[in-house]
Design a protein around this ligand. Structure first.
Ligand code: AMP
Ligand code: MG
Length: 473
């Protein structure tokens, strides 16, 4: 069988300022670690043998029909503006239109230096590649909008990081696009209104065909991001690097770096080694996304006929966002405790549980799951604290039907816990890919209890706790 990818490229037709054309840089000895056959099928890709897949998705041979390029973008990183970022270690091979008619990017990460690499080597090591593979596929299975993983290839080359020489790897990811808030900022910073307008039109056609103007697009993009961040919170996910260059216009989760799922619930949890002040802490994600969308708003203002009027209108739109996130959060956490359509009066019940969990060191995932399966009180240092909360909860549940099924569908049994990810990476570095395969397999059905996977529900032993995660770039 010969690999064939039905490319239908559109980004490459945008003006040259939008990117730098270049092929991925070949690697010494590409070896296929994994290919996502099910996703390939959805994308209309005809698979090939593993050496061909390794060659193409390792970057040694651009596939037929590709128009490889590195995208230009800017971005606020931890609040500081960098006018020039861009794909420093990534390559957009091109796009395909999937079986549902959705346009999707096929994009290599770790594919070598580009004109946007700055001081970086353009590479990735095996750890972050497998982490992104597992976590993005798990997020998808949980129903959270996200980029996907199509392939992982070992390069046969070392990559030098803080911890010494690590095995290199390339991830192929698939996303609805890689247009970022930072892509708009790239042109806004250059006062290049013509390019900004072209980017707006491209983004509208690709993601928001019903939006008549930048104001409507802003509103629609805000609605998607509000829903996305609420979904992150509902599964205990901390993105870790919510820079504006990592915020996608599609409303998908992109750029998995030092991301992590919480074990013990605490609202100010931070894992990323570079997030010293907790800018991207679990509960600050709701604030930061508003800030990021305000940056998008300020880029779009210049495309409106009257800028002063637009500033007022956009300010209103952005100011509305916290309420949208809160409404989504209440809806999702309401479901997590079994309520079909929670009202404002239920917010105290939701928050009461979360406060008790934080005070009592309760495991986020297991506590919510156990609301349906039993034993939630055992997750609390002092179970009577749970009992007290549960009195009000039981009264409220008396008005509901189907709450158990609702909770089972909203509360995953399995998440990619940090210690399991670290163990999986250590094993892979030592040449054993079985833990990677097993995590992937179990996490494909996160809401279904699976025989023989009980160990993957367990929080870390004290010696296994992961306190920090790294970008790994
Ligand atoms: P990130 O925070 O991982 O989204 O990356 C921020 C910026 O740094 C992007 O422009 C990346 O392309 C760039 N970058 C990250 N790692 C590397 C690397 N190893 N080599 C070159 N550029 C990199
Ligand atoms: Mg990024």
């Amino acid at each position: 069988m010969t690999l064939s990818i039905p490319f239908d490229n559109s980004y490459a037709k945008l003006p040259p300022k939008f990117y730098a054309r270049l092929d991925p840089m070949p690697v010494r000895q590409p070896r296929l670690i994994r290919f996502n056959e099910a996703l390939a099928e959805d994308l209309g890709i005809m698979s090939g043998d593993s050496s061909e897949l390794a060659e193409v998705f390792g970057g040694n041979r651009p596939p037929h029909g590709a128009a490889p390029l590195a995208q230009a973008y800017a971005g606020h990183q931890f609040g500081g503006f960098s006018p020039q970022l861009g794909d420093g270690r990534a390559n957009l091979l091109g796009e395909v239109v999937d079986r549902d008619g959705r346009r999707r990017d096929i994009h290599l990460k770790g594919s070598g230096p580009t004109p946007y690499s700055r001081m970086g080597d353009g590479r990735a090591w095996l750890g972050p590649v497998l982490r992104e593979y597992v976590v993005s596929e798990a997020m998808h299975a949980m129903g959270v909008p996200t980029s996907r993983a199509l392939a992982a290839v070992a390069t046969g080359e070392p990559v030098y990081r803080e911890n010494g020489a690590m095995p290199g790897a390339v991830l192929t990811r698939v996303a609805s696009s890689h247009i970022r808030v930072g892509t708009f900022q790239f042109f806004a910073a250059r006062r290049d209104t013509e390019s900004l307008k072209a980017l707006f039109e491209y983004t509208r056609d690709r993601h928001y065909p019903d939006c008549a103007d930048p104001a409507e697009l802003l509103q629609a993009a805000i609605a998607r991001q509000a829903g996305l961040v609420a979904q992150w919170m509902a599964v205990g996910f901390i993105h870790g690097v919510m820079n504006t260059d990592n915020t996608a216009l599609s409303g998908e989760t992109i750029d998995y770096g030092p991301c992590a799922f919480m074990d013990v619930y605490h609202p100010v949890t931070v894992f990323s080694s570079i997030d010293a002040h907790g800018r991207y802490a679990y509960d600050n994600q709701a604030n930061v996304i508003v800030w990021n969308m305000a940056q998008l708003a300020s880029c779009l203002v210049s495309l409106m006929p009257d800028e002063n009027v637009a500033v007022e209108e956009f300010t209103r739109i952005v100011h509305d966002m916290p309420a949208q996130i809160e409404a989504e959060r209440l809806r999702l956490f309401g479901r997590k405790i079994g309520l079909a359509s929670p009202g404002q009066e239920d917010a105290a019940l939701v928050d009461g549980l979360l406060e008790a969990m934080a005070a009592q060191q309760a495991d986020f995932t297991n506590t919510f799951r156990a609301l349906a399966t039993g034993g939630a009180r055992d997750e609390f240092t002092d179970p009577t604290v749970f009992d007290k909360w549960a009195e009000g909860w039981q009264q409220r549940l008396a008005q509901e039907t189907g709450s158990t099924e609702r909770m089972l569908a909203a509360n995953p049994a399995y998440i990619p816990r940090n210690h399991r990810i670290e163990q999986m990476i250590a094993a892979a570095v030592a040449g054993d890919h079985a833990p990677f395969e097993r995590l992937l397999a179990v996490l494909q059905n996160p809401y279904e209890t699976q025989d023989g996977a009980e160990d993957l529900t367990r929080p870390p032993e004290p010696s296994e706790v992961v306190h920090q995660t790294f970008c790994g770039t």
